[in-house]
Write a new protein. Structure first.
Ligand code: HPA
Length: 270
């Protein structure tokens, strides 16, 4: 795996010498943040040797290099998911590559189902902590010593100072921002009401099919991590209508304007 990462990095360096400070992952329906005048370069995942590419509609598959304010940022416009059949080690390859490109901070975003009954569709939730116990750890297998230690600490995955910066950014923009715990499931099916009831008792506030594994891989490499979930729907049993991917993308697009303003301001201060 480390050899593959080195090859991928070599390919990226043959295209651009851009050194990002922040890495940003855009979730489903939130991809418009990667458009703009200040884009320096784009690299399709498909062009990178041995790199996983997304098969999900609504997920473009490329790195976009741009400045957010003065902050050099590498953006993942689209991510790959465990449910596509990739191993967890493959799923976190792009995160590891962005660290090797130079990024020190990771900003994760996603569309998620709301579990906390105080939430409603369209809310934004800052991730305070996560539950990843339902999916395999991306760190299973021989440890890659070049990246980090065998038994990394996960007692504070989501960085306190970055969380404060995001809260203050939301407040200054007048954008309501909840906070809570994200739980990752394998997908691709949505959950049953009984599962959602169980996760609520465990302390989860939002559910999705990504993010926690990426945060773990990033902490393994010593990155400072933060994240926001866009509550695109209330989770099963909290919602009267059956869940569809189309509705979820449409809602994420609707919240997109606030989301872009918040992410833009927060990243520009990182
Ligand atoms: N469940 C899991 N993943 C999701 C959901 C959901 O309700 N909404 C968006 N991603």
């Amino acid at each position: 795996m480390y050899k593959k990462l080195e090859n991928a990095l070599r390919y990226v360096r043959s295209i651009t010498d851009f050194i990002p400070r922040v890495a940003l992952v855009l979730g489903s329906g939130l991809g418009s943040f990667a458009e703009g005048d200040d884009v320096v370069c784009k690299i399709d995942y498909a062009d990178i040797p041995d790199f996983p590419t997304s098969s999900v509609e609504g997920h473009a598959g490329r790195f976009v290099f741009r400045y957010v304010g003065d902050v050099p940022t590498v953006i993942m416009q689209g991510r790959v998911h465990y449910y596509e059949g990739y191993s967890m080690q493959e799923v976190v390859m792009p995160i590891r590559l962005m660290r090797l490109m130079g990024a020190e901070k990771l900003f994760l975003t996603n569309a998620a189902g709301g579990i906390n009954p105080k939430f409603s569709e369209g809310a934004l939730m800052m991730i305070e902590d996560h539950i990843s116990s339902l999916v395999p750890s991306p760190l299973v297998g021989k440890n890659i010593d070049e990246l980090g230690v065998r038994f990394p600490d996960m007692s504070c995955v989501y960085d306190k100072d970055l969380r404060k910066l995001i809260s203050e950014s939301a407040e200054s923009l007048g954008i309501p921002l909840a906070c809570g715990v994200y739980i990752q499931t394998s997908g691709p099916n949505y959950e049953t009401p009984a599962e959602i009831m169980t996760y609520e008792k465990w302390g989860a506030d939002a559910v999705g099919m990504s993010t926690a594994c990426e945060a773990m891989a990033a902490r393994h490499m010593g990155m400072r991590v933060c994240g926001i979930s866009c509550i695109s729907n209330m989770a099963a049993g909290k919602n009267t209508a059956p869940l569809t991917h189309e509705d979820i993308k449409a809602m994420a697009n609707k919240v997109g304007a606030d989301f872009c303003r918040l992410v833009g301001l927060a990243v520009s201060k990182m």
